[in-house]
Ligand binder design. Structure first.
Ligand SMILES: NC(=O)c1ccc[n+]([C@@H]2O[C@H](COP(=O)([O-])OP(=O)(O)OC[C@H]3O[C@@H](n4cnc5c(N)ncnc54)[C@H](O)[C@@H]3O)[C@@H](O)[C@H]2O)c1
Length: 337
């Protein structure tokens, strides 16, 4: 049994509890939240007799292999550094952190302590993303020319007011891009390739928040192809996610629940897919997708191998978003390191 402990028992933690229950040979060992009521409730609901409000105390007292970091985004490094120092492997919710320096702190802490680091990008595990990635990698679209992500969501003012960290630079790290759009940006990168540079405009058009609720981006990929991102939490009603990849020989696009177009030179039909991203505008992609990451982490710990989404993989989408913010601030094209 690989023993997992959840730090941060808010909204997303329910997916982690369900995933640990579902994945084979994994178990929940402990929970911690600085809000005692949240920690107590999570312990009661998940069959634990103890709960913690102090991370160090939990790490001293409990036998734990992996810490699942489910705290506000701009606190991930603080938790990770302490957990790694106690030789715990880390499964970290997206975004890994909200600045380049803080992401590097997470990666360095894991490397220095010889523990594994896995990021949560559960939508990579949908059938359609796996099929799309393989199709592009096998060259079936020819040379990739254009690759786009349309990420138009709706989040109310009440959503932003529901937690004092939401919609802040310090703890959310940004707005529609860093919190919601990051999933689509990660899928785009995973399927179509790493991004070399961006030119962007960001604006706050509809919500009373410090960060962007609307963004448009021009992309240049490392392979020479180009693309666009449109992202918002300000449009009503929210729309399905759409990712499109167009090559010299074929084009595919997929949305929240399956392929929207499949135009390959072999004339094949779009493959049927058995899972989706969790429904229209649903931030809570199906539990099974988190369970795949929990199972992968348990196997990686047992076999001493890299997890599916390692630190380098987990940080690229955040690096792209940070470059978008810099471009929007400076009006210049920004190159990703
Ligand atoms: N993968 C996904 O689809 C997905 C969906 C939603 C949220 N998330 C990510 O999960 C993280 C949490 O989001 P949420 O919506 O669950 O937030 P939330 O506000 O509902 O929950 C966060 C919890 O962490 C606790 N907390 C804060 N600081 C802490 C600390 N230092 N130590 C222990 N507990 C602490 C809070 O008391 C709260 O209970 C964010 O990084 C977010 O981006 C991912």
């Amino acid at each position: 049994m690989i023993k997992f402990a959840i730090v941060g028992c808010g909204r997303v933690s329910s997916l982690h509890f369900a995933a640990i229950e579902k994945a084979p040979d994994t178990m929940l060992a402990a929970v911690c939240d600085t809000d005692e009521a949240a920690a107590k409730k999570a312990a009661e609901e998940n069959g634990l007799s103890t709960y913690y409000t102090d991370l160090e105390e939990m790490l001293r007292k409990e036998e734990i292999d992996v810490i699942n970091i489910c705290t506000p985004s701009g606190t991930h490094a603080d938790v990770a550094v302490i957990a790694a120092a106690h030789k715990k492997h880390i499964l970290c919710e997206k975004p890994m952190e909200v600045t380049s320096e803080r992401m590097q702190r997470v990666i360095d802490a894991c490397e220095e302590n010889g523990v594994l680091l896995s990021g949560v990008f559960q939508r990579r595990n949908t059938d359609m993303v796996q099929i799309a990635k393989k199709t592009v990698a096998e060259g079936k679209l020819g040379k990739v020319i254009l690759a786009d992500a349309y990420l138009k969501y709706w989040r109310s003012q009440e959503y932003y007011d529901s937690g004092d960290w939401r919609g802040t630079w310090e703890l959310d790290g940004g707005g529609c891009l860093m919190n919601q759009g990051i999933h689509g940006i990660d899928m785009l990168i995973y399927v179509a390739g790493r991004v070399k540079s961006v030119t962007a405009k960001c604006a706050t058009l509809a919500r009373d928040i410090a960060v962007e609720d609307t963004a448009t981006v021009l992309l240049n990929f490392e392979h020479g192809g180009m693309g666009v991102i449109e992202c918002a939490t300000s449009v009503f009603p929210g729309q399905d996610t759409i990712i499109s990849v167009h090559g010299t020989e074929g084009s595919i696009s997929f949305g929240t629940s399956g392929f929207l177009s499949w135009q390959l030179p072999d004339g094949s039909e779009a493959p049927a897919v058995s899972n989706d991203m969790g429904g229209l505008n649903c931030a809570w992609a199906g539990n099974s997708l988190h369970a795949i990451l929990v199972e992968d982490m348990a196997e990686a710990v047992r076999d001493g191998r890299k997890p599916l989404v390692d630190g380098k993989e987990a940080r690229h989408a955040v690096d792209v978003i940070l470059a978008i913010y810099e471009s929007a601030r400076t009006g210049k094209e920004v190159f990703i390191q």
